[in-house]
Design a protein around this ligand. Structure first.
Ligand SMILES: Cc1cc2nc3c(=O)[nH]c(=O)nc-3n(C[C@H](O)[C@H](O)[C@H](O)COP(=O)(O)OP(=O)(O)OC[C@H]3O[C@@H](n4cnc5c(N)ncnc54)[C@H](O)[C@@H]3O)c2cc1C
Length: 313
């Protein structure tokens, strides 16, 4: 039996691993389908403190992992299929590892950005296609950008991106937007935003140096159009990776884990959540890391509070 198992090896899980390993609690970390998490899919990370010249995403994650290993964290390759929280210790069914038993569980399985699923999109992630304006907006200074989506976050991203871009075109497949009226009014007042409503994205067009535009269908005329731009920001939402919890941990209507405010505690004592899987607002590497630290400290306290902490086998 383990005192603590951490599910996920993004910045949240690895930070929790560093803290728990340094507290001598020998955590087991299950890597899941994407060792190192989302940052392994990007190139340069310029906003993680401590790297004045930036750092490549995969290198940053490799460093975090090495730091956790240095203090005795154990990593294993596997994919958690289900968790049984009905009795203690908690039982996990892990693809590739079988059943694992733990006193505390830290869930840091992240959230996956939704994509459009059109040709040219995946080939150009990091070459002009992005799902994170805060992360990548800075790379598009003085350029033309497209934002796809019609909700509040799409409009928020469009507004934010006008700080860098010479023009932002908002593409949405319907005539009407889902975003709140106040958000729509704010963006409509922004002279840098152009509207391409009632347009269905068909293909991301790219050349040798990355994205050059987005091919769309004008739903009113049925005609295909090309909107030229150097960047396509897809802002159609995220999918938190919480399916394996089978509804035993309280989530919001979109599947994000609900934690007690200002903590990492879930509705089940001894189970903690950190990173994007519980974050509908910031979704940054540094906030994920910060909440990973919180989860480790909360788990440590919980283990201390148990009368007879289980020995690590
Ligand atoms: C292309 C891109 C560029 C980005 N650039 C930046 C940037 O420049 N700066 C910045 O601050 N942020 C950036 N972000 C956002 C940042 O990557 C995330 O906020 C951060 O990675 C979230 O960390 P996390 O630990 O919560 O989860 P993630 O990084 O999503 O990691 C989730 C982990 O959970 C594991 N997992 C999932 N399901 C299971 C399961 N069932 N069983 C076991 N393991 C599982 C996965 O294998 C993975 O290891 C970027 C994101 C993307 C996609």
């Amino acid at each position: 039996m383990y005192k603590s198992i951490i599910v996920g090896t993004g910045p949240a899980g690895l930070t929790a691993a560093i803290y728990l390993a340094r507290a001598n609690l020998n955590p087991l970390i299950i890597e899941g389908p994407q060792p190192g998490g989302q940052l392994t899919t990007t190139t340069e990370v310029e906003n993680f403190p401590g790297f004045p010249d930036g750092i490549m995403g995969p290198e940053l994650m490799d460093n975090m992992r090495k730091q956790a290993e240095r203090f005795g964290a154990e990593f294993r390759t596997g994919w958690v299929n289900s968790v049984d929280t009905s009795s203690r210790p908690f039982k996990l069914q892990v693809e590739g590892l079988g059943e694992l038993v733990t006193e505390t569980l830290i869930i840091s399985t992240g959230a996956t950005a939704k994509y459009l699923g059109i040709p040219g999109e995946q080939d150009n992630v990091g070459r002009g296609v992005s799902t994170c304006a805060t992360c990548d907006g800075f790379f598009f200074r003085g350029k033309e950008i497209i934002v796809v989506g019609g909700g509040d976050s799409a409009l928020e991203e469009a507004g934010f991106l006008t700080r860098f871009a010479s023009k932002v075109t908002l593409v949405h497949r319907r005539d009407e937007l889902r975003a709140s009226k106040i958000m729509q009014d704010r963006v409509r007042a922004n002279e840098k935003v152009e509207w391409a409503l009632n347009r269905t994205p068909l293909e991301v067009v790219a050349g040798e140096n990355g994205v050059t535009g987005l091919k769309v269908r004008n739903n009113a005329t049925g005609e295909e159009e090309l909107i030229e731009a150097s960047g396509v920001f897809v802002a159609i939402g995220h999918h938190p990776n919480t399916g394996f919890l089978g509804g035993q941990i309280t989530t919001d209507e979109n599947g994000y884990i609900v934690v007690n405010p200002g903590t990492s505690e879930t509705n089940v004592e001894g189970i903690f959540a950190c990173g994007d899987v519980q974050d509908t607002r910031y979704r940054q590497a540094i906030t994920a890391a910060g909440s990973g630290c919180m989860a480790a400290m909360d788990a440590e306290k919980y283990i201390e509070s148990l009368e007879h902490p289980a020995a690590v086998l």
